[in-house]
Design a protein around this ligand. Structure first.
Ligand SMILES: Nc1ncnc2c1ncn2[C@@H]1O[C@H](COP(=O)(O)OP(=O)(O)OP(=O)(O)O)[C@@H](O)[C@H]1O
Ligand SMILES: [Mg+2]
Length: 249
């Protein structure tokens, strides 16, 4: 029996609600199985529930945007034309906007960290396709990548005295990856929830090895239809048996 995906959103956001901890969530699955669709839902939920102050999305994969928000080429364009009004979501479209250029990914990581440290504004950064941040499997685009700092140190940045109940106190990260072997160890070890869409073959074998997934989950995920997914808490040895979706109605 399918379970309403809204419940998955609550499970994913639990560390924020319980402990103010920013979250690290990866969405994995074969192409076309709904990774971006789910990332968009999680982003929208975190913003609507005020669990984060703002969202920055890397969405330069397709000609048509996959996320709603204020469209800007990159961080420099955002500073030149500060977004006004709701939703508090800035979508970086890079070369896909008229007059665009490739997005400087480091600038996005720096922006999210600086806003939190200097102005206590929390955010979620959404990396739709992790491949953007690496030069080859498990290698950050640059050895001194700011993204490493985001993953390792960005979870808890606001002092206790300044925290607000139910609001993350650091930079949250949502990322998708077609290839489970791509993210560097820093990213994998800091990931607290793995959202699994349908995945089979080599991708599934890598996923099992990299994330030590429970056997019953590995057995099930190869049969998921488009839009169905499971949520695995990293480090937990058993799967809860829940298959969410595909309908959000
Ligand atoms: N639960 C769902 N209900 C309805 N439509 C869905 C659902 N999940 C995905 N889709 C649709 O299926 C198509 C493929 O989904 P999506 O683009 O999210 O896949 P993806 O895994 O991100 O693919 P890619 O690896 O190519 O980026 C999209 O048109 C999306 O809107
Ligand atoms: Mg996608």
């Amino acid at each position: 029996m399918s379970i309403h995906p809204r419940l998955a959103l609550e499970e994913i956001a639990l560390p924020i609600r319980q402990d103010n901890d920013a979250i690290r969530v990866t969405v994995m699955g074969d192409t076309g199985n709904g990774k971006s669709f789910i990332l968009e839902k999680i982003t929208r939920y975190l913003v609507a529930e005020s669990l984060v102050g703002t969202a920055f999305v890397l969405d330069d994969k397709r000609m048509d945007p996959q996320y709603a928000g204020h469209y800007r080429i990159d961080v420099a364009d955002m500073h030149a034309k500060p977004p006004m009004g709701p939703p508090p979501v800035t979508v970086f479209r890079g070369t896909k906007l008229a007059g665009g250029r490739p997005i400087d990914h480091e600038a996005v990581a720096r922006l999210a960290m600086d806003l939190c440290v200097k102005r206590a504004i929390t955010s979620v950064v959404v990396v739709d396709e992790f491949g953007r941040l690496i030069s080859s499997p498990q290698q950050w685009e640059r050895p001194d990548s700011k993204w490493r700092e985001v993953f390792r140190e960005g979870r808890s940045l606001i002092p206790r005295s300044q925290r607000r109940a139910g609001l993350a106190c650091g930079v949250s990260v949502l990322y998708s990856s077609l290839s489970p072997q791509d993210p560097p160890r820093d990213a994998i070890e800091q990931t607290d929830r793995i959202v699994l869409c349908g995945i089979a073959g080599l991708g599934l074998r890598h996923l099992q090895r990299v994330h030590s997934l429970p056997d019953e989950l590995v057995g099930a995920v190869g049969n998921f239809k488009r839009g169905e997914f499971a949520v695995h808490r990293r480090g937990v040895s058993r799967w809860d048996g829940r298959i969410y979706g595909p309908s959000w109605a």
